[in-house]
Write a protein that binds this ligand. Structure first.
Ligand SMILES: Cc1cc2nc3c(=O)[nH]c(=O)nc-3n(C[C@H](O)[C@H](O)[C@H](O)COP(=O)(O)OP(=O)(O)OC[C@H]3O[C@@H](n4cnc5c(N)ncnc54)[C@H](O)[C@@H]3O)c2cc1C
Length: 396
């Protein structure tokens, strides 16, 4: 089949790889001028690692990332006083279970190379706006891709279907008139990556109520991704503050970040990311399917977005191979994925306010109950399975 993919991100490159490797003709359209290794650190969970293993990329990625044995969060209870909030170790679930701390750019470069080697074509500076059915009256099922006006009108021909992997702000959701819910959270984070003397084999987070959330995610090669959570609407106010003043305060709050933050001089060196929640009632139309963040973006508090996108890619490609029919592949994909996707979306929406919100009570409840939860073996197991990305629904 001739397949178009909109968006050359993690999901887009992965699905292009699987389909091209099965012999389909795949063209990926990317709105940016260059497909570069942008982004910050992320957690690749065992679920995402399984997909990379299937692509033959896992050992290469492991060599370029940091093996993480778990995560811990501590909370501030006074000047220079801290208490453990939660600590989880992957090996409590399975002896050889761990996450990988990796820079998004490192993962992206590997995926892009694999998808090009498999034979997929990547066209940059091509912002997909909509699709139109070719000869709809004759019902031949083919489509053409339409781009924003500034894109040179090249003849890319007809496609059998399009995969929308164009991220949480997907334009195609609107043009395909798909029933969707998209909520922009008032919470966001500033990210910076650099060498850090504090080296841990865990994701390390510091919280103070639900107003402050700071994290250090080791990503290999002595580097760490630092994030500072805050209210998105206070971006102007925050970046209006003298950088050196803020840094002093940030180091006092999380002394482990001192060596990393000392290398930064201004706000421009930080990346701003706002969180969004997206859910689609049915993630496909007659000739377009939505995968990855375009279909189910969540806030990053459970660290699952990339992993779910990678799984979408392999699951959908397998359905196409098995059924050789787009509508049937979509239905089967949706049937098999919906419980898992619903679980992670609902849980993330439920838990995010306990980490970033205006609700003081939520912070208190979290501080009282969260330290106790992992002490109950059944709850600990469910928490770990959730973190690993291996839950397949609320009760599966
Ligand atoms: C602060 C933050 C921290 C995160 N941490 C983690 C983590 O630790 N672990 C984890 O698993 N996930 C994490 N995530 C989530 C993760 O980044 C996303 O889930 C993941 O990047 C989604 O991949 P995607 O390919 O679906 O979308 P994207 O990465 O958004 O890629 C979409 C691509 O489509 C392109 N595009 C957009 N519109 C068009 C168009 N109209 N035409 C053509 N191209 C287009 C974009 O330029 C982009 O290249 C985090 C997210 C944020 C914001």
């Amino acid at each position: 089949m001739r397949i178009a993919v909109s968006g050359c991100g993690i999901t887009g490159t992965a699905v292009a790889y699987f389909l091209a490797a099965s012999g389909h003709e795949v063209v990926v359209f990317e709105q940016s001028r260059i497909c570069g290794p942008v982004g910050a650190g992320l957690l690749l969970q065992p679920s995402g690692q399984a997909v990379l293993q299937e692509m033959g990329l896992l050992s290469d990625l492991e060599a370029k990332s940091q093996r993480l044995e778990g995560m811990q969060a501590i909370r501030r209870v006074g000047t220079n006083l801290w208490k453990s909030l939660v600590r989880l170790q992957y090996q409590w679930l399975e002896p050889n279970c761990y996450a990988l701390g990796v820079h998004r750019g490192t993962l992206f470069e590997l995926l892009l190379e694999a998808c090009l080697e498999a034979g997929a074509k990547v066209i940059t500076n091509a912002r997909v706006e909509s699709v139109i059915a070719v000869n709809a009256a004759a019902g031949n099922g083919k489509i053409r891709v339409q781009f924003s006006k500034d894109h040179p009108d090249e003849p890319f021909g007809e496609f059998d279907f399009l995969i929308a992997a164009d991220g949480s702000k997907s334009l195609l959701r609107q043009s395909c008139q798909i029933q969707s819910k998209s909520i922009e959270y008032d919470y966001a984070a500033l990210w910076a990556t650099g060498p850090c003397d504090f080296q841990s084999n865990e994701l390390f987070q510091v919280v103070d109520g639900t107003q402050r959330l700071v994290g250090l995610l080791p990503i290999g090669d002595g580097k760490t991704s630092y994030f500072w959570g805050f209210r998105a609407s206070e971006y102007e106010k925050l970046t209006g503050v003298d950088f050196a003043e803020w840094r002093k305060d940030a180091i006092q709050f999380c002394p482990e970040s001192e060596s990393l933050l000392s290398r930064f001089e201004n706000w421009e060196q930080f990346t701003f990311a706002r969180y969004r929640h997206v859910s689609l009632k049915i993630p496909y139309t007659e000739n377009v399917i939505f995968l990855g963040d375009a279909a189910h973006a969540t806030s990053p508090h459970l660290g699952q977005g990339v992993n779910l996108g990678l799984e979408d890619a392999i699951c959908f490609a397998k359905e196409v191979d098995k059924l050789e029919n787009f509508p049937k592949a979509c239905r089967s994909f949706f049937y098999n994925r919906k419980r898992k996707l619903r679980y992670y979306q609902q849980l993330t929406r439920l838990l995010s306010p306990f980490f970033q919100s205006d609700g003081r009570l939520k912070g208190v409840l979290r501080d009282v109950f969260l330290p106790w939860l992992p002490r109950l073996p059944v709850v600990r197991r469910e928490m770990l399975r959730t973190l690993c990305g291996t839950k397949n629904g609320w009760f599966a």
